[in-house]
Ligand binder design. Structure first.
Ligand SMILES: [Mn+2]
Length: 361
């Protein structure tokens, strides 16, 4: 069997065109790779309201899959988020078209192809009773466990997820005799072997939150008898989260030192401004113009201004001006070796100058 595993697409009305463009790309990948199954490991939608608003667009999107490609939709925690007043209708009451909804708790059991079993575990706060589940014994060469939650202790998983619960003990996969644990919830994406189980997170299919760096991707799985291999396929329409340093000169003018060539219109740019300025308002105005210009070209442009500090008289002070000049002279050579350290040196240097000048007042 050839399949695509994806998770955490977070289709939302707030980012409708973008999230649906990524869905379309995933559908295209399934066709190109001649897949027989598409596994959606939770958080397909960003909230219950988004389910209600965009399930029609979702149905239409997956309608373009090859006719023999089955779609398995496992609910994550976000499908239950912010449900309307009066409580949520069961997800089962909505029509997801070709997608088979796997809502049964604690798990449902099926067979996507004659050699493979699928044990699907929708998002739950607490999975700790798994040893008492009435899971059927493994009878086929390969068993995939599809789930949505956090497996702790395997890899650095980035900043804490927004809500507690959903802890999947790695022993659950051993107990259930999983060859592949196909997972959603952690947006970072990684795979690691634990005993007989390959534990794999494709990561979020699109940039959902600030700081989600790196290419977004899906995993292409190919099964052969009792083995499964996974390959990463990058998603171009998802773009990337890019940190763009912006330097403010003492007079408040801005400079973007990093070339933005190679950036994609789907990218999310985070402008991180630093500098010691005469008048912050001048720099903020310049920043708003820069942000406006970049918004014409990129999906999303946000700014962080924690790196600003203000010092009256700095725009004409020889020490500050000479320091910046020296720093810029070295930027091409020294800065290229370790840009992060070199940028930090600029910030620290200006901080020290500010301290010295203020102490003389
Ligand atoms: Mn989630």
């Amino acid at each position: 069997m050839r399949f695509i595993l994806t998770a955490d697409l977070h289709i939302s009305t707030a980012e409708k065109d973008y999230s649906l463009a990524v869905l379309n790309e995933i559908v295209g990948v399934c066709a190109r790779e001649r897949c027989e199954a598409l596994f959606l490991a939770g958080d397909v939608f960003d909230s219950r309201a988004d389910v209600e608003a965009l399930r029609g667009a979702f149905r239409a999107g997956i309608e373009n899959l090859p006719p023999d490609c089955a779609v398995f939709f496992l609910p994550g925690n976000h499908e239950e988020l912010r449900a309307g007043p009066g409580g949520a209708e069961s997800l089962d009451r909505f029509d997801f078209g070709r997608a088979r909804l796997l809502t049964e708790k604690p798990f449902s059991f099926g067979s996507p192809d004659p050699q493979t079993e699928l044990l699907a575990i929708p998002f739950q706060r607490d999975y700790s009773g798994y040893r008492a589940w009435k899971a059927p014994p493994k009878r086929k060469p390969l068993r995939i466990v599809l789930a949505h939650g956090t497996v702790p202790g395997l890899a650095y998983t980035g900043p804490d997820e927004e809500e507690p619960g959903g802890i999947l003990d790695a022993d659950l996969f051993t107990w259930l005799k999983a060859d592949l644990a196909a997972l959603g919830h952690l947006h970072g994406g990684f795979s690691v072997r634990q005993g007989d189980t390959l534990i794999a997170y494709p990561g979020s299919a699109r940039v959902w939150r600030e700081g989600e760096k790196g290419k977004r991707r899906v995993l292409l799985g190919v099964t052969e008898a009792s083995s499964v291999t996974l390959r990463e396929i990058p998603l171009e329409r998802a773009g990337e989260y890019r940190v763009v340093p912006v330097y403010a000169a003492p007079d408040g003018s801005l400079r973007v030192p990093r070339e933005t060539a190679g950036f994609s219109p789907a990218d999310w740019l985070s402008l991180e401004v630093s500098g010691l300025v005469e008048d912050e308002r001048v720099a903020v105005q310049a920043l708003e113009r820069l942000q406006g210009d970049l918004k014409e070209k990129y999906r999303k442009v946000t700014v962080r201004t924690e790196g600003f500090s203000v010092l009256g008289g700095v725009s004409t002070h020889p020490l500050a001006l000479r320091f910046i000049k020296k720093w810029e002279e070295g930027a091409a050579s020294l800065g290229a070796e370790d840009p992060e350290a070199y940028n930090l040196a600029r910030l620290r240097g200006l901080g020290v100058i500010k301290e010295i000048l203020e102490s003389r007042r």
